[in-house]
Design a protein around this ligand. Structure first.
Ligand code: PLP
Length: 338
């Protein structure tokens, strides 16, 4: 089976496993795991921030960020496609007691004008706009991305209006291989950043929340109360270090394969629309008369696994374990799917 369900399906390579086995570990709840400490400082430095926090998932890093930046009865401004709104079980309400103020952006991207129009005036009967969350790349937006010059006006606006700005950068590195922007420059635009190690980078587990000293001190407390304090987590941190150092540069390969799939789909009679393919995600709507579930069954019978993200909408995600040979096969199968 060729698994294009997500870039989370990757398995550690023998080299990664070997590196993990050799990790020096300690108890990270006491701050004494050398591998976790190394990873946290490595990514903090990468983004020009003071510190970082290793967490089990990107949902946790996002939820902790929302918790740190808000008080109950505040609101978070984000696009309606955002992971924090769509796929985190409504955790913003459960963990932080906040509302969301949704913007209908373009393929998951929002503008400073839209944010400005969304900021609420201060009345007793309204939630207080406190935090803006951007997602880069935008998962449900088909892997679309912001360049920093599109983000800069939002950063500026948040500064002027006293709002915090968080980046859900689960797949940020798939973006940076395209834009060739630096992580330090990304860091300058946000109060906090979440990055995932278990997506395209191919580590088995882990996400990092990055920010300044006081923010991370507070985030550590919230990680603990959410049950995310891990003990000899250094084995996992080692996998993340390996992924960042050895498997980051190759992300361009995944993006290029996705783009090839997108171009081929655009010419197929069973496809209505392919969202612009910018990174490693391909999202397309099926033409009239096709439905996602039977289409997925047919793909499966031919050896390809994918998912539906709507009744007529299919998603493919390319990744580390999707080889050149698999790619040739997928292109051939997609040509003959009618
Ligand atoms: C995957 C993902 C996350 C985090 O997901 P976890 O499965 O909790 O690690 C956050 N944001 C985006 C955009 C994602 O795609």
């Amino acid at each position: 089976m060729i698994n294009l369900i997500s870039d989370t399906v990757t398995k550690p390579t023998p080299e990664m496993l070997n590196f993990m086995m050799k990790a020096e570990v300690g108890d990270d709840v006491f701050g004494q795991d050398p591998s976790v400490n190394e990873l946290e400082l490595y990514v903090a430095d990468m983004f020009g921030k003071d510190n970082a926090l290793f967490c089990p998932s990107g949902t946790m890093t996002n939820q902790i960020a929302i918790k740190c930046h808000t008080q109950p009865l505040d609101e978070v401004i984000c696009d309606h496609y955002s992971h924090i709104y769509q796929y985190e079980t409504g955790g913003y309400a459960f963990n932080s007691g906040v509302a969301v103020n949704l913007i209908h952006g373009t393929n998951g991207k929002i503008t400073a004008e839209q944010v400005e129009a969304a900021i609420k005036p201060v009345y007793d009967w309204l939630p207080i706009s406190k935090l803006v969350v951007l997602e880069n790349s935008c998962n449900k937006g088909g892997g679309s991305y912001y360049k920093l010059d599109e983000i800069a006006p939002i950063t500026q606006l948040c500064k002027e209006r006293g709002l915090k700005l968080h980046l859900d950068g689960a797949r940020l590195f798939n973006v940076l291989v395209e834009t060739e922007e630096s992580t330090v420059d990304v860091g300058k635009h946000f109060d906090s950043i979440s990055i995932c190690m278990s997506k395209g980078l191919g580590a088995p587990v882990g996400s990092l929340l990055i920010g300044d000293k006081d923010f991370i001190t507070q985030a550590r407390r919230f990680r603990k109360v959410m049950g995310g304090g891990m003990r000899q987590a250094g084995y996992l941190a080692a996998a993340c270090l390996f992924a960042l150092k050895e498997q980051r540069g190759r992300l361009k390969i995944d993006n290029d394969k996705a783009s090839e799939i997108g171009r081929l789909l655009e010419q197929q009679p069973y496809v209505e629309l392919v969202r612009p393919v910018k990174t490693n995600i391909v999202i397309f709507d099926l033409a009239d008369g096709y439905k996602a579930d039977p289409f997925l069954e047919k793909l499966k019978s031919r050896g390809i696994l994918a998912i539906a993200i709507g009744p007529e909408t299919i998603r493919f995600v390319t990744h580390l374990n999707y080889t050149d040979e698999m790619h040739v096969e997928v292109l051939n199968i997609l040509k003959s799917m009618v």
